[in-house]
Design a protein around this ligand. Structure first.
Ligand code: AP5
Ligand code: MG
Length: 228
């Protein structure tokens, strides 16, 4: 009997902890915008993120950059990641999500908002992110033709002092193929929070549309906070 009471008390305590954690996440999410930055290789995700950081001071977390940092560390894990990235495929979500989760936790507290660049790349990634880290307020999808994306990456590679190892034509074509296979399912699942932006235009014209969308999210968040 005593044992059962003890077990019930433990269960209640665990449930309360879970509720408190959910509340904490909900409060954090209500304060700080989380924005997913979607689009194929070379569509301009990084370029637009740099401009958003300049204007809004958000924290920019690029899944590709986090993975490249791991590769640069020279670890065994890094070598395995490099092999997948060089093939133009997707790294396992466990790896990507834990890198993102750690980076979000490191930046939390001081951050004004999160730009999650290059994630989700398939729909189960989106579901896992929202369960583990928090709900995304907005997804910006930069829509661009394959031809333009290929040309942009080749131009970036030609101008770079240090070329990315996946910026060669064979790997770029594989990256484009991976992107094509997964993207419509993501856009369908998150249609209610996705804004598609024509990314075939000038960087500043694209950015104007980005700013309108972010301002709208910030206004909504401010209204929610005012009602708390
Ligand atoms: P990642 O690093 O994310 O690469 P990507 O998606 O292929 O995109 P890029 O970084 O090459 O291009 P971008 O869209 O940022 O364009 P940018 O602004 O640089 O991912 C690399 C790999 O990591 C993946 O293939 C995968 O293996 C792995 N990975 C990453 N995330 C993952 C995930 N979630 N799950 C599993 N695996 C994952 O612009 C490109 C060039 O165009 C620049 O030179 C720029 O100056 C120029 N440019 C930009 N905008 C314009 C414009 N409007 N007009 C003219 N030029 C422009
Ligand atoms: Mg990028």
């Amino acid at each position: 009997m005593l044992f059962m009471c003890h077990q019930m008390a433990m269960k209640k305590e665990a449930q309360e902890k879970l509720k408190a954690e959910e509340l904490r996440k909900a409060q954090a999410a209500a304060d700080i915008p989380i924005i997913w930055i979607l689009g194929g290789p070379g569509c301009g995700k990084g370029t637009q993120c740099a401009k958003i950081v300049e204007k809004y001071g958000f924290t920019h977390l690029s899944s590709g950059d986090l993975l490249r940092n791991e590769v640069a560390s020279g670890s065994d894990k890094g070598r395995q990641l490099q092999a997948v990235m060089s093939s133009g495929g997707l790294v396992s979500n466990d790896e990507v999500l834990s890198l993102l989760n750690d980076a979000v936790n490191r930046a939390k507290g001081g951050s004004k908002g999160f730009l999650i660049d290059g994630y989700p790349r398939e729909k189960t990634q989106g579901v896992a992110f929202e369960e583990r880290i928090g709900p995304a307020d907005l997804a910006l999808y930069f829509d661009c033709s394959e031809d333009t994306m290929l040309k942009r990456i080749l131009a970036r590679a030609a101008a770079a002092a240090v070329k990315r190892s996946d910026d060669n034509e064979e790997t770029i074509r594989a990256r484009l193929q991976t992107f094509k296979q997964n993207t419509s399912a993501i856009l369908e699942l998150y249609a209610d929070k996705t804004l598609t932006i024509n990314a075939e235009r000038d960087v500043d014209d694209i950015f104007q549309e980005v700013v309108q969308a972010i301002d709208c999210v910030l206004k909504k968040k401010a209204k929610i906070a005012a009602h708390c």
